[in-house]
Design a protein around this ligand. Structure first.
Ligand code: MRU
Length: 346
């Protein structure tokens, strides 16, 4: 499982595990150009905040390859359009915009160079973003392991594992680390309606690694928390505001609120690239609304009547007051978040 390649750039193509098909089928989705990458992000072939950031960076490498033969001005015009398309493929996870900005900065810093040299610089940057992600996750996992008690039961939501990143994962990376370090842990995984990332992806990753996991309908979590069956909750993040408010998969807010009621520690695990230092609070986070078919259908089979109205936000915002700590690659950030998050900028 550690060898899983969620994302691989090889022979000028981007290869992605097609997460829409798991766990039934392990198949690879091939991206020949940046439009394929845009589609893959939008349709959730690849998903999870860090993973879409890395995929987006390689999307711009593919765009540079496609436009390499154009005169300089046209090359830059086409690249600017690709930056827009890739950067806007999904609106909530800030890692996508963060990675796209890193690529854009590289283009600007090299604008006096040949298109070939710019292509090479972009490829190097995308590879750096990919490599850093794995190192970051290992560091998050080590810090996170400190808050996992021996013999504990952990609740998690959505998928934050190797599939949501380049490898290892964020919240699931912490769980992996705790398991490998010999702690006797077990996991409750929320199935995560409507797209079932918990059932399809988290359960798949944990079962493959032999980490004890029990899959539950999302609505079971409050009962387990109330009954003292959960020692700690760890989730990932798609965007963290400067005050610690955290956007993550829909259902996270509800968990955090119940955790607060019953004094269960509630941690967010995320790389610093998930922090949006430009926004003050969660109110400024754009929440993606996805197609109604995610709610009216399960695996292509209609489960709701034709014509019903549907509301399908993909994320919610957990207020910082509900968060015990934010586990990053530089350590665990504790409240007061405004002060302790801003320290990271120094
Ligand atoms: O819609 P998704 O599947 O991309 O949502 C993923 C999540 O909400 C994850 O918790 C988050 O991106 C962190 S992944 C390390």
């Amino acid at each position: 499982m550690a060898s899983i390649n969620t994302i691989e750039f090889k022979d000028e193509k981007l290869y992605l595990i097609d997460q829409r098909k798991l766990p039934g089928k392990l198949s690879i989705f091939e991206c020949e150009n940046f439009r394929d990458v845009e589609f893959a992000i939008k349709d959730m072939v690849v998903r999870g905040a860090p993973a879409i950031g890395v995929a987006g960076a390689y999307g711009l490498v593919l765009a540079a390859k496609e436009f390499i033969h154009l005169p300089k001005e046209e090359f830059f015009n086409e690249m600017a359009k690709s930056v827009q398309l890739i950067g806007n493929a999904r609106p909530t996870a800030v890692n996508l915009m963060w990675a796209v900005k890193r690529m854009k900065d590289i283009m600007e810093a090299n604008n006096d160079k040949s298109n070939e040299e710019i292509y090479k610089a972009l490829l190097d940057e995308a590879k750096a973003i990919e490599k850093e992600d794995l190192e970051t996750n290992k560091s998050i996992a080590r810090y996170g392991n400190e808050i996992i008690p021996e013999n504990s039961t952990i609740l998690t939501h959505c998928n934050t594992g190797a599939l949501a990143t380049v490898g290892y994962g964020t919240a699931l990376g912490v769980i992996r680390e705790a398991h490998y370090s010999g702690k006797n842990i077990s996991v409750f995984a929320d199935e995560t309606r409507p797209r079932l990332q918990g059932a399809k992806l988290t359960a798949w990753e944990l079962v493959q690694e032999g980490i004890p996991v029990t899959l539950i309908p999302d609505s079971v979590a409050p009962v387990l928390i109330r009954d003292g069956k959960i020692d700690v909750i760890i989730v990932g993040a798609d965007r963290i505001a400067s005050n610690g408010d955290t956007a993550n998969k829909i259902g996270t807010y509800m968990l955090s609120q119940i955790a607060k009621d019953f004094n269960v520690p509630f941690y967010v695990a995320a790389p610093i690239s998930t922090i949006d230092f430009d926004i003050k609070s969660g109110e400024q986070i754009v929440i993606e609304e996805r197609d109604i078919s995610e709610v009216t259908h399960i695996d292509g089979i209609r489960i709701a009547p034709e014509g019903v109205k549907v509301y399908n936000p993909a994320f919610d915002v957990t207020p910082h007051e509900n968060i015990t700590g934010i586990i990053t690659e530089k350590g665990i950030i504790k409240p007061p978040y405004v002060k302790n998050i801003s320290r990271l900028l120094k």
